[in-house]
Design a protein around this ligand. Structure first.
Ligand SMILES: CC(C)(COP(=O)(O)OP(=O)(O)OC[C@H]1O[C@@H](n2cnc3c(N)ncnc32)[C@H](O)[C@@H]1OP(=O)(O)O)[C@@H](O)C(=O)NCCC(=O)NCCS
Length: 198
């Protein structure tokens, strides 16, 4: 079963707060595969980030836990919120395009304790498994370092195996376990293509 507990229509999703030390070694960002290119943060790319985010999270577990992630308007709102936050870290906010088309996005902010916090890492399904997600995360880690931050932090849903593996490979370790309550019936209704109860 994908959810850890179900009570009165509420499902609790286990999430990990993971952190990586940025002082021990400088991350190296790999070359992108042929045809892919980096776009550093610019205000006029906000909509392209939102589009890439929506296409990455649609039909994914985090798109159900955080419904804003699964629709374009919600992603646009999220992108505006992230950009306007006082700690917004442009150096850790990147888009990857392929033949001019956005295919992956990451955004970062700094918190008051000196950590760079990854907001949303997403790669559109057609571009996965080619190192794009890894490259985006490493680029954000380098950006946090450049911004003078000593740690990178993120939250990930425990069932999101691909993301957890990626983060562990890059040196992230679980520091805390959290539970996010979600209306299970609404989640199931919103995503009929996912069999939540297997
Ligand atoms: C998690 C996510 C960002 C990973 O993106 P990705 O581009 O597929 O990531 P990578 O290609 O770097 O790594 C994925 C796999 O491909 C492998 N890989 C990396 N480079 C590769 C290459 N050049 N050729 C073949 N495989 C490669 C990796 O080893 C990894 O394998 P693993 O799953 O066994 O660990 C993506 O699945 C996604 O957007 N998911 C939905 C949104 C989401 O959940 N985001 C995370 C929120 S916390």
């Amino acid at each position: 079963m994908i959810a850890d507990d179900v009570q009165q229509g509420i499902t609790y999703f286990k999430r990990f707060r993971m952190e990586a030390d940025l002082l021990a070694s400088v991350p190296t960002v790999p070359e992108l595969p042929l045809g892919f290119a980096w776009l550093p943060w610019r205000e006029d790319l906000l909509e392209q980030h939102a589009r890439a985010k929506q296409q990455s999270f649609h039909n994914e577990v985090d798109g159900v836990i955080f419904p804003n992630l699964s629709n374009y308007e919600g992603c646009l709102r999220l992108m505006r919120d992230i950009w306007r936050r006082p700690g917004f870290c442009a150096a850790a906010t990147w888009l990857i395009i392929h033949d001019g088309v956005p295919c992956g996005t990451i955004q970062g902010i700094s918190d008051r304790l000196g950590a760079g916090v990854v907001q949303n890492l997403g790669v559109i399904p057609a571009y996965r498994g080619r190192g794009i997600g890894t490259a985006l995360m490493l680029k954000a880690m380098v950006g946090f370092r450049q911004a003078g931050l000593g740690r990178a932090a993120l939250e990930v849903t425990a069932q999101n195996g691909a993301a957890v593996r990626l983060y562990r490979r890059l040196g992230f370790r679980c520091r805390r376990t959290l539970y996010k309550a979600v209306d299970a019936l609404a989640a199931a209704a919103a995503t009929p293509e996912i069999d939540w109860w297997l």
